[in-house]
Design a protein around this ligand. Structure first.
Ligand code: EPZ
Length: 430
């Protein structure tokens, strides 16, 4: 089985280019189906999840052409059917973006119920509430979400929870509805804004994205566009915290520092130096890390997708820290794996109480989900000795060339397939 083998102890030093934002790309790829004209999208990260989305698009007759590793040309002029249920699509959360995109354009869509990281219940009631408010009928049959509408009319929708997915999905469903739609209590994440900017570049009329009130004025149709996806705030944050836990000096390049403000603020709180420039952020961890408290919140609060990464760092920080997960119900599963490395963390409901320890020791670990898997890699990079990490397919869903980028910063990490390769890695790294 594919694993990462990691020999800890090397400080990460150097510069790393950050790729396109996964959670913007997955929605934008679906939204590209909303026009019959050609759409060119740049800075698409090359990930398991983006490959799944592109395959699903081809399965309904959308023409997809890869123009280089990070640019795709899409034409949806010959869509043959509106039912998306291939096996790959059932494993990812973002499959539900096809509902908003195809309903918005064709007034009909059938998509397999979404999968995604097992970090909580992850209902889709707010998506359904939004579609119904626009006049669509929505039902779930045989594992498919089926939605259709004779006519979509603008509506005033108040989301009961701040939800990235539902904000984006309702926005897409509303762009060609009759009249104005207002989404209250909308999510404000950078990737929500990126999807709105993409749709506006296609001729949509969306205002207020990035605030908690988004106003959409329906238009007749959308036209082709060329668009570049924003950098990935969470990939950047993961490398920034990897610098902290390995006592390194890492500059993340091709980022938007404003998107990283809550992450930079926490790194400064625990004793790191953080230097911002126009499109880069440098993190230097010259002093021992100190404790702090953090609560995950919708943007601009501290991102839930950075919760495992900061917990790893606080596990090595002097003093007692508290991490509260306010977005998902079950996002501390990885703590059991950290405990095997010597961490001292007690989880009570949605709170982790962390007593910092002087070091982690290498162990055989399993990635429970995407971001926890990446966080376990950072723990192994800081640990004494060799670690192995199983189920790295989760990590590859959201991090392009993760081992290679870490190697370029001085990490001793390799993807291995057999015991023999592990023995060779142990001999090579001493
Ligand atoms: C997106 O998931 C991201 N995934 C997640 O990133 C991220 O953690 C999450 O937003 C929060 O930022 C993608 O974009 C593909 P939500 P999403 O709807 O849209 C509840 C990663 O690692 N909720 O904002 O599913 C829900 O249960 C992944 O890249 C409802 O109650 O998240 C949760 O408690 C992991 N009803 C909260 O809202 C709904 O209809 C936030 O969920 C929808 C959501």
């Amino acid at each position: 089985m594919e694993q990462y083998a990691i020999k800890g102890g090397n400080p990460l030093v150097g510069e790393v280019e950050i790729g396109g934002a996964k959670n913007a790309a997955l929605a934008i790829l679906a939204a590209a189906a909303m026009t019959d004209e050609t759409v060119i999208i740049e800075n698409v990260p090359d990930l398991r999840d983006t490959v799944v989305m592109l395959k699903a698009m081809e399965s309904i007759g959308i023409r997809v052409e890869r123009c280089g590793r990070h640019t795709v040309k899409i034409n949806s002029g010959a869509v043959s059917n509106l039912v998306i249920e291939d096996d790959g699509i059932k494993k990812i959360r973002a499959s539900y973006y096809f509902l908003g995109a195809l309903l918005g354009k064709y007034k009909k869509a059938e998509v397999a119920l979404p999968g995604g990281c097992n970090i909580g219940l992850r209902p889709i009631d707010q998506h359904i509430k939004g579609f119904r408010a626009l006049g669509a009928d929505v039902r779930i049959e045989h594992g498919l979400i089926i939605t259709e509408a004779g006519q979509l009319r603008g509506s005033h929708i108040y989301l009961d929870v701040v939800t990235v997915g539902a904000t984006i999905n309702v926005m897409m469903a509303a762009v060609m509805a009759e009249g104005q739609t207002i989404i209250e209590n909308a999510a404000k994440e950078p990737h929500v804004v990126d999807v709105a900017n993409f749709l506006n570049s296609m001729g949509a009329s969306i205002k207020g994205a990035g605030t908690d009130v988004v106003r959409i004025r329906g238009v007749q149709k959308l036209h082709g566009t060329e668009y570049t996806i924003i950098p990935d705030q969470i990939e950047a944050g993961t490398f920034m915290f990897a610098a902290a836990v390995t006592k390194g000096d890492v500059t993340v390049k091709n980022v938007i520092p404003k998107h990283l403000e809550s992450i930079s603020a926490k790194l400064i709180e625990i004793g790191c130096e953080v230097e911002e420039s126009d499109d880069a952020v440098r993190v230097v961890a010259a002093k021992p890390l100190t404790h702090t408290h953090v609560k995950t919140l919708p943007y601009p609060g501290f991102p839930t997708d950075m919760q495992p990464q900061i917990t790893v760092a606080l596990g090595l920080s002097r003093g007692t820290s508290i991490v509260t997960e306010s977005i998902f119900e079950n996002r501390f599963k990885y703590v059991d794996e950290l405990t095997r490395m010597g961490a001292s963390i007690k989880v009570e409901s949605n709170t982790a109480i962390i007593d910092g320890v002087p070091k982690y020791t290498g162990a055989s670990l399993t990635a429970p989900d995407l971001r926890a898997g990446a966080a376990l890699v950072t723990a192994a990079l800081a640990a004494e000795g060799v670690s192995t990490i199983d189920d790295i397919k989760f990590i590859e869903r959201g991090y392009e060339d993760f081992p290679q980028k870490l190697q370029s910063l001085g990490a001793q990490i390799e993807k291995i397939n057999t015991e023999r390769e592990l023995r060779k890695f142990r001999l090579k790294t001493g």
